[in-house]
Ligand binder design. Structure first.
Ligand code: NAG
Ligand code: NAG
Ligand code: NAG
Ligand code: NAG
Ligand code: NAG
Ligand code: NAG
Ligand code: NAG
Length: 642
């Protein structure tokens, strides 16, 4: 079932400026660009903590650039009547925003809203939620400051009960500040650059994920941390706004029947056991719904029973899921869009990428120095795609963080773990990518960060340094090498280190073979096109591209057979700007792969891994797409058809 972002005139008819919004033609569009409309991302945005009383505040807002000094006071006297219409959520630099404003550092975004009448009951609180604003947000409701938040990838909210009218129109102003990589700044921002080039891309500024409000009782559940293991043990931590209180927890099985009820105090660790649950794995992504009641607050959530660990199998250190070695194979998944940049045009578009990967037999994605909307992780949980989650990097190269910048990076790293540690699909955290922002003089911060990660989240593995400056921290020895792999092998190259048998060997990046396409499928920005020739390897036709793909996967297979290779990440899911090395082009209109060949080569990796252990059977029941072009499935729910 899809709720498409359609132009629902009724909803916004009263707002006269709606007709001022139009997609600003981006350098490249997708099949979804002109289907987004003015009601984007209508889905409930927080699948792990759902409440019925919510209202979406996405849609057409007003926007103008601002000066730094304006942050202290909302411009209540300004009508914004002549200001630009902007789509929320979107990056201000994107075509979908309707403004496509490049290099904006300070901005005002504003809209009016009313509070549903039945939320006005005494004792209830009104929470204003932002799923992500890049990079800083100062939020005002009716001219009063509701709060401030720093960090471009994280959920935050404010209790605005005392600032709103429940019997009339309220004014919401958001002041945004985003310096990206300007001199003097060094902060978690992934691949955003003010001056994009080669592997760095157009930046994202502003409200790029859903804004919404919800009604909660006085004592309500603020945060739920859930993990569930292969022995049926559930562990929960529940943060509430009130004091000690009693929770009623129910685990719901198939057909909505409760299979386990448990009462507990909100204080401390909650533990109980569900008998013989169906386990979660990439092959069988079984999930269980949960309902949690605290007084007047009743929320729903879900979990998957699985155990991630590392252990020796036939003398080689391996990643284990539910006690068994699984070879993980996936793509470097950057999550950039030519029309929305950081914001996928819709959930359907976002899930399309994952469906293509799953259909090829991949069992993992490495979410590369970006963090996605919660619905992305929910989709991975539902589809059975493991996620290696990278921390968004600080700047690369010689500009190392100072002490304050390092402290801020570490603060946000902890937020990433706190906000994502309940998704079953995430099985590995990455602290540093290829030395970017990694201090290597005086001390190695990845040791302390790895230890802290294990304390905060003992249920996952840590890839402390994915590529380059490895000092022995974490669960993995992770080599990056283009184009061919060097996975757990007795050979390695510059910037890498010899295979370390004490840790799990993976190839965190390889492949990256490129193939140029015609201008209609390229990001039409001169600098990007001029830099296509920096691609590590260009294959002049698809015949050559597929031949090279076969050779590289065959090399990987032989490394699994001969050496200690336990997983690999192919660069990459899609082209991004001037990088033309995706399975799919940046607009998702061309799939470069000979599907049957790649599926066979990928299955051969799992078979080779099974040959080392006699355990892993690979992905069963792969759903044949044959040699046809995947993009003809755009109009349908591809996943349902398999
Ligand atoms: C808004 O207008 C009122 C009345 O004209 C004035 O007193 C107030 O200072 C103005 N506020 C701002 C922020 O300009
Ligand atoms: C809303 O309620 C306030 C406080 O009771 C009152 O002063 C105001 O006139 C009301 N506004 C409307 C539009 O009814
Ligand atoms: C944005 O700013 C950068 C850095 O100052 C500059 O190199 C670039 O040309 C600017 N881009 C645009 C489109 O103004
Ligand atoms: C919280 O309440 C529960 C049951 O009501 C009680 O068993 C527990 O000791 C209390 N914990 C604290 C820290 O007060
Ligand atoms: C969980 O609840 C959702 C929403 O009610 C429902 O669509 C889904 O099928 C349920 N999942 C399971 C595994 O029971
Ligand atoms: C790639 O293709 C584009 C568009 O056809 C062309 O302008 C560009 O020169 C090509 N670059 C390379 C390196 O082949
Ligand atoms: C790549 O192409 C650009 C623009 O066409 C050219 O200036 C540059 O010299 C080329 N670089 C290489 C390494 O061929």
């Amino acid at each position: 079932m899809h709720i498409r972002g359609q132009v629902i005139f009724g909803v916004f008819a009263a707002v006269s400026h709606v007709l001022g919004y139009e997609v600003k033609t981006p350098p490249l569009d997708t099949e979804w660009t002109y289907k987004v409309g003015t009601n984007p991302w209508p889905e409930y945005p927080r699948p792990l903590l759902q409440r019925p009383q919510w209202q979406n505040l996405n849609g057409i807002w007003k926007y103008r650039r601002a000066a730094a000094a304006e942050a202290s006071m909302a411009p209540m006297n300004e009508s914004f009547a002549n200001a630009a219409d902007v789509l929320v959520p979107s990056c201000l630099e994107s075509g979908l925003s309707g403004v496509q404003d490049i290099n904006v550092t300070h901005a005002w975004l504003t809209r009016d809203f009313t509070v549903p009448r039945d939320w006005a009951r005494t004792g209830r609180r009104l929470m204003l939620n932002f799923e992500a604003v890049d990079y800083e947000a100062t939020v005002f409701v009716n001219g009063r400051k509701a709060g401030f938040h720093r960090g471009g990838y994280w959920h935050f909210n404010f209790d605005v009960t005392d600032f709103v009218k429940t019997n009339g129109t309220n004014k919401l102003h958001v002041f945004v500040f985003d310096p990206t990589d300007s001199m003097g700044y060094n902060m978690p921002m992934g691949k955003q650059r003010t001056n994009p080039s080669h592997i760095f891309y157009r930046s994202c500024t502003g409200i790029w994920q859903t804004v919404w409000m919800e009604s909660v009782p006085q004592n309500y559940i603020q945060k739920l941390d859930i993990s569930a293991d292969m022995d049926g043990k559930v562990k929960m931590q529940v943060a509430t706004s009130g004091g000690n209180d009693t929770l009623s927890i129910s685990v719901v099985g198939e057909e909505g029947v409760s299979i386990k009820s448990h009462e507990a105090s909100t204080n401390g660790l909650i533990e109980f056991v569900v008998d013989s649950p169906k386990l979660w794995s990439p092959d069988s992504p079984n999930l269980y719904n949960l309902s949690i009641k605290l007084g007047d607050d009743e929320v729903t959530s879900y979990t998957g029973f699985r155990t991630v660990s590392s252990g020796e199998v036939n003398g080689i250190k391996r990643p284990l899921i539910n006690g068994k070695f699984f070879f993980h194979f996936g793509t470097l998944d950057q999550g950039y869009w030519p029309d929305g940049l950081h914001t996928p045009p819709s959930r359907e578009a976002m899930v399309y990428d994952l469906e293509v990967l799953k259909s090829l037999g991949l069992n993992m994605v490495r979410k590369h120095i970006k963090v996605e909307p919660a619905l992305f992780y929910q989709a991975c949980d539902q589809m059975g795609l493991l996620v290696i989650q990278d921390m968004p990097a600080m700047v690369d190269g010689d500009r190392k963080p100072d002490a304050a910048q390092q402290a801020e990076f570490e603060r946000q790293y902890e937020i990433m773990i706190e906000q994502h540690k309940s998704y079953p699909s995430i099985y590995t955290w990455v602290v540093y990518n290829e030395g970017w922002g990694q201090i290597t003089q005086g001390y190695y911060p990845e040791f302390d960060l790895t230890a802290r990660t294990k304390e905060m989240d003992p249920t996952r593995l840590v890839d402390s340094t994915s590529g380059w400056n490895d000092h022995g921290a974490g669960d993995f020895h992770d080599n990056h090498h283009y184009a061919n792999p060097q996975c757990g092998s007795p050979f390695y190259s510059i910037l890498s280190t010899p295979h370390d048998p004490k840790r799990i060997a993976i190839q965190g990046e390889f492949g990256g073979i490129g193939h140029n396409v015609s201008a209609e499928n390229l990001w039409k920005v001169e600098q990007a096109i001029n830099q296509i020739n920096q691609t590590y390897e260009i294959d002049t036709d698809l015949e050559a591209y597929n031949y090279r793909g076969h050779l590289l996967l065959t090399e990987l297979k032989e490394q699994i057979e001969r050496y200690a290779c336990s997983g690999a990440v192919w660069t990459q899911t899609t082209d991004v700007e001037g990088e033309v090395n995706g399975f799919l082009t940046y607009d998702r209109r061309i799939l470069r792969l000979k599907v049957d060949q790649w599926k066979a080569d990928i299955q051969a990796l799992y078979d080779a891994a099974q040959g080392r252990t006699g355990q892993y059977k690979g992905q069963k029941g792969l759903h044949g797409l044959g040699d046809i072009c995947l993009f003809i499935y755009y109009e349908h729910d591809v996943y349902d058809q398999f």
